[in-house]
Write a protein that binds this ligand. Structure first.
Ligand SMILES: N[C@@H](CCC(=O)N[C@@H](CS)C(=O)NCC(=O)O)C(=O)O
Length: 246
């Protein structure tokens, strides 16, 4: 049985505060891959220092894309099986835009935007005892700011960052059009990927220009609802809570 290690679902309005955890869990549910969820609170326990990761046959694998590649090689799991070569290329590009660009705009909206930071701080770090409750969020925000700067997004003004995110959302909306899913009547990995990020933009009560931009695209909102229903319908066994050393 595959163990899927993800953050606990601490943020109301999204299945998981991490878009990559939502994407992978959704993909496993859609593909009908049996798995058990283990909640991790410390990404340092992950093989690549980030969540999600899986354990399969004694091996620990990190990174949602590499995990799905591995499951494809090992078990033939492939949500994009029915796509033609051009669609596979489009699927790849859409996923990269969401994971490697839009994601960072979401990170900015949560961790850097002063309007949302107090809420994010409470949700993610509210359970820590004093003085960790003071030290850890400050350190985590500093590290996230540095990561955003290294990645590049953090070098722009807030207005510029939100404008970049709005363009990504407009591109997603235009590509989706009137279709129920990105490539027609059946969900693919692109749908799981978009769902992971867009549900995290529009679901939680964290207002931002990014959320406004997403809500303006009714087809993206409907897509998120549709994927949310599928995600719930394909639910597997109860998750286990993993107790860990900090
Ligand atoms: N490329 C990775 C990205 C995973 C990722 O960025 N996870 C974030 C949460 S959304 C994380 O664990 N961050 C913890 C950290 O950087 O310390 C994937 O696709 O799984």
């Amino acid at each position: 049985m595959i163990r899927l290690h993800i953050f606990p679902a601490t943020l109301k309005g999204t299945p998981n505060p991490s878009p990559f955890c939502v994407k992978l869990e959704t993909a496993l549910r859609l593909a009908g891959v049996p798995h058990r969820v283990w909640y991790e609170t410390n990404p340092a326990n992950a093989p690549k220092g980030k969540l999600p990761f899986i354990e399969i046959e004694g091996e620990r694998i990190g990174d949602s894309a590499l995990i799905l590649r591995h499951l494809n090689d090992k078990l033939g799991v492939d949500l994009d099986r029915d796509l033609n070569d051009l669609e596979k290329a489009q699927s790849h590009m859409l996923q990269q835009m969401v994971d490697e660009r839009l994601y960072w705009v979401l990170v900015h909206s949560r961790w850097i935007d002063d309007g949302n930071w107090p809420v994010v701080k409470r949700v993610f770090f509210g359970g820590l005892p004093f003085p960790l409750s003071r030290i850890v969020p400050r350190m985590a925000r500093k590290q996230t700011r540095a990561a955003l700067r290294t990645q590049g997004t953090g070098r722009h003004t807030s207005d510029e960052i939100y404008a970049l995110g709005a363009r990504d959302l407009a591109a997603l909306s235009a590509f989706l059009g009137d279709k129920p899913f990105f490539f027609g009547d059946k969900p693919t990995l692109t749908d799981a990927t978009v769902f992971g990020t867009v549900v995290n933009i529009i679901g939680p009560d964290l207002p931002s220009p990014l959320k406004d931009a997403a809500l303006a695209h009714k087809n993206l909102v409907r897509h998120t609802e549709r994927m949310g229903e599928l995600y719930a319908a394909k639910r597997q066994r109860q998750p286990i809570m993993l107790t860990m050393a900090a």
